[in-house]
Design a protein around this ligand. Structure first.
Ligand SMILES: Cc1cc2nc3c(=O)[nH]c(=O)nc-3n(C[C@H](O)[C@H](O)[C@H](O)COP(=O)(O)O)c2cc1C
Length: 456
């Protein structure tokens, strides 16, 4: 059996994820794993039609495709995202159609599920039979249980292909037809506000709806807006995964990214993001931007700012993407004032939503509206907290930030709760105490809440 491995790590042969493939190749010498580097070859594949064609030919000859990549910023790394765009732009899905596919990732399990949802849905869009992937913790291969789990996954994949078994689909195709947004003539609102608002967009010439929506939004906002098109930034490339930024939040690239953060985004009061959906995410350019923002580490360096999204495309059909946008905002501790899309057929309604977003965004800035954490950030924080604590020798800047902001909030540090819990555990070991406890528990639990209500 021949399995093409599309390797998405920018670290190329130095990729940890790739070691899982090498391991499984040794364990299954009867099957051939052909590794194709995408993560560090994307420029070549973009420019060199023959090189791109060679990849397609290899896929055409294979029985299956294995997407092999590190989770980057809740998704696939930007080069792999670009590769997927190239396949779709060049209408090359036929090379993939009918093959079996699955994904192998390594990560710290921070939004690995969103990356897997994305790649599985993309595989189905390309006409492949997509089997749920394997999400390894970075260090799983080093542990017997991790290796056993991976071997069982790989065997299941190989057996499914050998049996030509049917695979259930997980995602409906996206209906991409979006109505034209007709913006009305909007008189300029006097820009009396003194807040620093930045709008980041990747709108190109063809992104008419997006440009009209951001124009309308800017006109409605009673505050000057600094508009930055991320396509015009000099970005030398995608994140290299070198983690050298962990020391002091300084990227090894010398380009426009760090000055943009330093001079515009950090001092801003609100950031508005705007983008058009390509396949099931935003553009690879946006992905590159987010991956590169890894130079700010895992700390919510923008916390306290307000933000909003203006999106062109079928976001309502892409709950995975919506979750990504919400999670990024929450993890960044930035209040997401709203997401306006161009999906409504009624342009008047879109205009009203944009006007309302502009008014509310400024109000949220004035009122400093706090983020309302949900599982998206409460769960995410615990993963980051443990990671930074363990890897404080690499992520030294994060460690300083977490320590300064009391973010190493381990429960065992709460002495009062520990004593209370220890004492009650002892009492609960006494059979006669338990019924009394449960008799009183409801009312005793309510007491502090009732006190607050009474005092209100
Ligand atoms: C830019 C960047 C973004 C990352 N984003 C995530 C993430 O969103 N979730 C996660 O669990 N790990 C994330 N990681 C950690 C990598 O997924 C992890 O280190 C992976 O094992 C690297 O694999 P590789 O050596 O094959 O590139 C990120 C790492 C980098 C450098």
């Amino acid at each position: 059996m021949k399995i093409v491995v599309l390797a998405g790590s920018p670290k190329g042969e130095m990729s940890i994820t790739l070691q899982y493939v090498r391991y499984i190749q040794k364990k299954n010498p009867a099957h051939l794993f052909i590794i194709i580097q995408i993560g560090n070859q994307i420029r070549k594949l973009e420019k060199d039609a023959a090189a791109f064609q060679a990849v397609l030919d290899e896929i055409r000859r294979a029985d299956a495709v294995l997407w092999c990549f590190p989770v980057y910023f809740l998704m696939v790394p930007s080069p792999l995202k670009r590769f997927i765009e190239l396949v779709l732009e060049r209408h090359a899905e036929a090379a993939f159609a009918g093959k079996y596919a699955t994904a192998l990732t390594t990560s710290v399990h921070f939004y690995d599920h969103t990356a897997h949802n994305y790649i599985r849905a993309i595989s189905e869009d390309m006409g492949m039979q997509a089997i749920p992937g394997f999400s390894a913790d970075m260090e799983d291969l080093l542990k017997p249980a991790g290796r056993a789990g991976f071997i069982s996954f790989a065997l299941n994949f190989i057996r499914t292909i050998a049996a030509q078994a049917p695979v259930e689909k997980a995602f409906a195709p996206v209906n991409v037809s979006i109505p034209e947004y007709l913006s009305p003539a909007i008189p300029d609102v006097p820009k009396t506000g003194r807040r620093r608002i930045v709008l980041l967009t990747d709108a190109g010439e063809a992104d008419v709806n997006l440009r009209r929506m951001t124009d309308a939004f800017v006109r409605f906002l009673p505050n000057a807006v600094d508009v930055v098109n991320i396509n015009s930034l000099d970005l030398k490339g995608g994140c290299l995964g070198c983690c050298q930024c962990g020391d002091n939040n300084v990227c090894v690239y010398h380009d426009d990214l760090m000055p943009l953060f330093r001079d515009k985004l950090m001092p801003s009061d609100a950031i508005v993001f705007a983008g058009r959906i390509r396949d099931r995410y935003l553009s690879a350019r946006w992905k590159m931007f987010f991956d590169r923002s890894f130079c700010n580490g895992h700390a919510p360096v923008m916390m306290g700012k307000q933000m909003a999204w203006i999106v062109s495309g079928a976001l309502r059909q892409l709950p995975n993407l919506r979750q990504l946008l919400e999670a990024e905002a929450e993890m960044g501790r930035m209040y997401l004032a709203g997401i306006v899309t161009d999906e409504d057929a009624d342009s008047v309604r879109i205009t009203a939503l944009l006007r309302d977003l502009a008014t509310r965004l400024l109000r949220h800035v004035e009122e400093n509206t706090p983020v309302q954490p949900t599982f998206l950030s409460v769960g995410g924080h615990k993963i980051f907290r443990d990671l930074i604590y363990e890897l404080r020798f690499v992520f030294r800047a994060d460690y300083r930030f977490f320590a300064k902001h009391g973010m190493f909030d381990y429960p065992q540090k709460n002495i009062r709760k520990r004593l209370q819990s220890g004492f009650l555990s002892l009492l609960m070991a006494i059979p006669a105490f338990r019924p009394a406890f449960f008799r009183m528990a409801k009312s005793r639990m309510l007491e502090p809440y009732q006190k607050i209500v009474d005092q209100a």
